[in-house]
Design a protein around this ligand. Structure first.
Ligand code: AMP
Ligand code: ZN
Length: 112
């Protein structure tokens, strides 16, 4: 499958990897939109939460909990925002579920 995030997960495409475990990776976004802009990417390929299985839901909960534990070391101690773009109206450009994590500065109150 020609999926850029699957290739990053397999190590076939380089990335600035910040964290990895059996379920996910966290990398720096190549085109940052905040002082800190990371991507939390579950290793299993599926397009979005619309396509997730019960097992995927379990894994995702573990990923988000781990993110909560990593906030200080990721420089997000002052707070952050999590966003996942879904489908055309959500402007999703990579069809492999991922969460944008934005922080390191005071973010805009507007989200849309
Ligand atoms: P989305 O538009 O929500 O699907 O987000 C995709 C994100 O992936 C964008 O913010 C891109 O900047 C980012 N991105 C695309 N390719 C790479 C890459 N090779 N390494 C890191 N981030 C990437
Ligand atoms: Zn993928």
């Amino acid at each position: 499958m020609d999926c850029i995030f699957c290739k990053i997960i397999k190590g076939e495409v380089p990335s600035s990897l910040l964290y990895e475990d059996e379920y996910m990776i966290i990398i720096k976004d190549i085109s940052p939109q905040a002082d800190k802009h990371y991507l939390l990417i579950p290793k299993r390929h599926y397009q979005s939460i619309v396509h997730m299985s019960g097992y995927d839901a379990f894994v995702l909960a573990k990923c988000l909990r781990k993110l909560g534990e990593l906030t200080e070391e990721l420089g997000l101690g002052g707070g952050f925002r999590i966003a996942s773009n879904v489908g055309e109206n959500g402007c999703q450009s990579v069809p492999h579920l991922h969460f944008h994590i934005l922080g390191g500065e005071k973010l805009s109150e507007k989200m849309g």
